[in-house]
Ligand binder design. Structure first.
Ligand SMILES: [Zn+2]
Length: 478
């Protein structure tokens, strides 16, 4: 073994374990860690299959070590999926949700339509609508649901049921006259009309369902919660009227949604890392609860993100360092301390008397602290890198390696025997096999559950207290 061997080993460990590598301190990583991060080839195959979650390790010490593991399925290796939109290197939620729900890449700002549709141009929509895995599941006789912590008309959930040249056309009150005259429907109306039998819809955004200026049932005195609909319709009543509330749900559940995840994105846009990570913990708990209600023998669970953020964590912090704490050094340029968590851009950019703010003079552990950013922006931006895909359950092995984001729903549909590609679902072997048990007691191929989280670094439980949620940003990117 040559003199350079420890250097090469440490560098290899850094790559395998997704850890920082310091060429000046190649012995930074203890030898024990090198052994742990190297998974034998024959074991990797098992980890990628339908194994219990404990089988596949998290990237070692992803949050600096010393914290408990999260609830999500483990992702043993591959980076995941490429998130770019057809016209954008750094994507938005509309184009990415269309990719991982409808199976085609799309332009930013558009939902449930192909890349032939130009944002804001209603007249480019007709004939270019694409359907989602929610529709495929519904057509396959399954119950379906949408669960989100954002408004249900937000870009991410709306790609499951709507087709719109603009993600912000929540109600007809947000649409320009030419779009209304061109026959385009607002997103809230499409939620009620496009797929009328969605069994479960949980989320916000009620005001887009009620006539303009109608008082909100929960916040009757507040102007900003009043209804927005110009057509004077009450879509909640319309939805109720279309339902047989005593009916029985058909077997099989396909659920998608932010669960707790959509607000992670909002926390990052505000530059409030604690808010964002608190929401990530809530998503983690929701995924854990879903895991306890289902079995990996008959349920494919997929956890992924629509896109990343310019959010980072560094500074050679020691094991056990508080995630919201300081790096154990000062800048060797401005001689000031810095936090381990930082943003590439956003509202956390702060100069005091012509210099970078000294973070030790402020409460950087506060729930609303805005981590320092290199470039000032009112809202922090998304990131353009790949995001992780965590999968477990039947055919979880289909989701490994680096893929395009729009591959995800096709793999899930294949596993669930829904959608157009079902040639593998019949045959003598399939007929002889016992029918998997459904979550709801019926016979189904597989139940499905997909959650999304707007950070790609879903990690361990974090030692954070409950913090007040950031206000939901106005229409726009998200
Ligand atoms: Zn966003």
């Amino acid at each position: 073994m040559g003199a350079r061997a420890p250097f090469r080993q440490a560098r290899a460990a850094a790559v395998l374990g997704n850890r920082p590598f310091c060429p000046k301190r190649p012995s930074f990583f203890p030898k024990k860690l090198l052994i742990k991060t190297k998974i034998p080839e024959k074991e990797r195959g098992a980890l990628l299959g339908a194994e219990p979650w404990r089988a596949a390790p998290l990237p070692p010490a992803f949050w600096g070590g010393g914290h408990r593991r999260g609830e999500g399925p483990r992702r043993p290796g591959g980076p995941g999926v490429r998130t770019y939109n057809t016209n954008a290197q750094v994507p938005d939620s509309a184009g990415t949700a269309t990719a991982y729900l409808c199976g085609v890449k799309a332009n930013e700002g558009t939902v449930g339509v192909s890349a032939g549709v130009t944002r804001d141009q209603c007249n480019t929509t007709k004939g270019r609508e694409v359907t989602s895995i929610l529709r495929w599941a519904k057509d396959g006789g399954k119950s379906v649901g949408i669960v989100t912590t954002t408004r249900v008309t937000h870009a991410t959930p709306s790609a499951a049921y709507a087709h719109s040249a603009n993600r912000d056309w929540y109600s007809d009150g947000e649409m320009p006259p030419d779009a209304l005259e061109g026959g385009c429907k607002d997103i809230a109306r499409q939620l009620v009309e496009n797929i009328p039998d969605i069994e479960v819809i949980l989320g916000g955004g009620r005001k887009y369902m009620f006539p303009k200026n109608a008082s909100d049932v929960e916040y009757p005195g507040e102007e900003r919660h009043r209804g927005t609909r110009l057509d004077r319709r009450d879509l909640v009543q319309a939805w109720r009227d279309s339902k047989d509330i005593n009916g029985v749900m058909p077997p099989g559940v396909m659920m998608m949604g932010g669960l707790a995840g959509g607000r992670i994105d909002h926390g990052h846009h505000e530059g409030k890392a604690k808010q964002a990570l608190h929401e990530a913990v809530e998503l983690d708990r929701a995924v854990g609860l879903a895991a306890r209600l289902t079995s990996p023998r008959d349920t494919l669970t997929v956890v992924t993100a629509d896109h990343s953020h310019v959010f980072t964590f560094g500074g050679y912090t020691p094991r056990g360092n508080p995630i919201f704490g300081l790096a154990p050094m000062q800048s060797d340029v401005d001689r000031k301390p810095f936090t381990a968590i930082l943003y590439g851009n956003g509202p956390g950019y702060k100069m005091v008397a012509g210099e970078r703010e000294n973070v030790s003079t402020v409460d950087f552990a506060h729930a609303n602290y805005q981590a320092q950013a290199a470039v000032p922006l009112r809202q922090e931006t998304h990131g353009g890198e790949d995001v992780a895909v965590f999968a477990k359950g039947p055919m979880a092995h289909l989701l490994h390696g680096v893929r395009e984001q729009n591959y995800i729903p096709h793999a899930m549909a294949y596993a669930a025997c829904i959608g157009p590609n079902r040639a593998h679902c019949g045959g003598a072997a399939a007929a002889a096999a016992p029918a998997p048990r459904s979550l709801l007691g019926g016979d189904v191929e597989h139940d499905l559950l997909v959650a999304e989280v707007a950070v790609h670094r879903l990690g361990a439980r974090l030692p954070v207290r409950h913090v007040q949620a950031a206000p939901e940003p106005a229409a726009g990117r998200g």
